[in-house]
Write a new protein. Sequence first.
Length: 166
Amino acid sequence: MGSGPSVRRVRTPREFERFGALAAEYEASLPPHLRHADLAGELDRIEHGGAAGDAAFMAGPEGEEGATVAAVALDDATAVVKKLFVRAAPRRRGYARALMEAAIAWCRDAGFRRVVLDTQRDDLGEAYALYRSLGFRECAPYGPVDYANPTYMEKELADDKKFKKQ
């Protein structure tokens, strides 16, 4: 048993149901100006979008998961990380970092060369700091988002020694 949070890939319909409930909780926790317009569509894409191009992860004891993240294909070379959420109780225990590391590793193993995400630096400062600590840097927009003033970030996997294929 490892010392860090238990992270596992979401695979079954029941796990996706749990993932969806946590994603809805995440959306409700955001300030209204940061909420996404089509949560149901995003969740459907994450669950059914493409076996090779999308993945979802949860962390926490089975049946009591309190943290999520997903990675979805933007194109053949780029994946988008989204829906990083950690409930209040397990915060500051390494769940967000463990989930991000799992998502990044999955992206690398799936053959993506770049991972992008959007956040809001001013309102989501802790998330922004985590992304910076993982090697993400601000970049040009990779696509539209449905909230104001996004901060776009990217991580090049080809240059990342920790994640570089041997």
